[in-house]
Design a protein around this ligand. Structure first.
Ligand SMILES: NC(=O)c1ccc[n+]([C@@H]2O[C@H](COP(=O)([O-])OP(=O)(O)OC[C@H]3O[C@@H](n4cnc5c(N)ncnc54)[C@H](OP(=O)(O)O)[C@@H]3O)[C@@H](O)[C@H]2O)c1
Length: 312
């Protein structure tokens, strides 16, 4: 996502160099979506990495669009998903997408219909496996009865713990991978983030109204970073690496997908794979930063009410 939208404009040449180098630094999974830059992200991956297609797992997503006013719209109708997949395959310059997610659950379309369309895409050889993003446990169980679900992708980090209510355990029981997006808390846990008064208008930390990036809330939460930084120093890693190591410690089936457009961050984040936190440190982090110690919710109340995963 970051090479196309979200956290400030990237430089395409630099992003392409970074994507290639990521494969050399041991990354094995790339996560994109039809919605990221309205095809820009998928086109970049196709242009840059199609010649190394057998070196990585390719994940993309369907079912969310930007309308003419630039606002997100959810559409999980079968014919829309099938058409999106055709367009994604062309942009990605590949015959098959390894993991294809329904980006958001469409409350107007039974999940059985959306997942049924994705199952047909497997039969047609266009995708290999199915994922759901930001789904509730109930939706996951309904979908899993139509076709086995391979991965659930939702926001999960020290400061966003919704998956701990129920779905992480369900994924363990059903042998489903849990893919943690925004594992760096959208930059907050790196210690290099800033509140939304310092960010450009097109940064999603401003435009989509994320309360934790409001200046006063951000300042309050930043107090947590002093003891957090001390733990990183004791472990001997950067703050970003500690955030990723914490996610990795949550189970073999839990996969963090940090986003960046900077070569140096990509290399730093890869280093988290070598850090094994002991149980005491995981516990210490759990107590220090969690939804009771953090001020503010991850989205505004309106947005939270529209997200299926928050029903858990
Ligand atoms: N399924 C969904 O609905 C959904 C939603 C959001 C994201 N995602 C996926 O998850 C990926 C990651 O999530 P995310 O990008 O939202 O959040 P994130 O990984 O928690 O944080 C990204 C932010 O942290 C910065 N950053 C990354 N590594 C850093 C480091 N080592 N030191 C300092 N700053 C660092 C990035 O800066 P720069 O960008 O400036 O390098 C960016 O501002 C996305 O790329 C996307 O593929 C999925």
């Amino acid at each position: 996502m970051n090479v196309s939208m979200g956290y400030g404009k990237g430089d395409d040449d630099a992003s392409e160099r970074m994507l290639n180098a990521a494969l050399d630094h041991g990354y094995t999974l790339f996560d994109t979506a039809a919605m990221y830059g309205m095809g820009h992200s998928e086109s970049m991956i196709g242009r840059t990495l199609a010649h190394r297609r057998n070196e990585y797992v390719l994940a993309s997503k369907c079912g969310v669009f930007r309308n003419a006013e630039g606002k997100s719209e959810i559409n999980g109708r079968p014919e829309v998903l099938v058409k999106t997949c055709e367009d994604s395959l062309r942009r990605l310059q590949t015959d098959v997408i390894d993991l294809y997610y329904l980006h958001r659950i469409d409350s107007k379309v039974p999940v059985e219909d959306s997942v049924g369309a994705l199952a047909d895409l497997i039969t047609a050889g266009k995708i290999r496996t199915i994922g759901l993003s930001e789904c509730s446990t109930e939706t996951l169980l309904r979908a899993h009865r139509v076709h086995p679900i391979t991965a659930v992708q939702s926001e999960y980090s020290l400061w966003s713990r919704t998956p701990e209510r129920r779905i992480l355990a369900t994924c363990t029981e059903l042998d489903i991978a849990f893919v943690a997006f925004s594992p760096l808390a959208r930059g907050f846990l790196t210690g290099k983030g800033s509140d939304n008064s310092q960010l450009p208008d097109n940064d999603i930390r401003c435009t989509n109204a994320r309360p934790r990036f409001e200046p006063e809330v951000f300042a309050k939460n930043t107090e947590l970073l002093t003891p957090y930084k001390a733990i990183a120093e004791r472990v001997g890693c950067s703050m970003a690496q500690l955030a990723l190591a914490w996610v990795l410690a949550k189970g073999n089936h839990v996969v963090p997908i940090p986003g960046t457009k900077h070569m140096e961050y990509m290399i730093e984040n890869a280093g988290a794979g070598d850090i094994k936190l002991d149980a005491e440190t995981v516990d210490e982090l759990d107590q220090l930063i969690n939804e009771s110690t953090v001020v503010g919710t991850r989205y505004t109340d309106n947005l939270m009410a529209s997200i299926d995963s928050e029903r858990d």
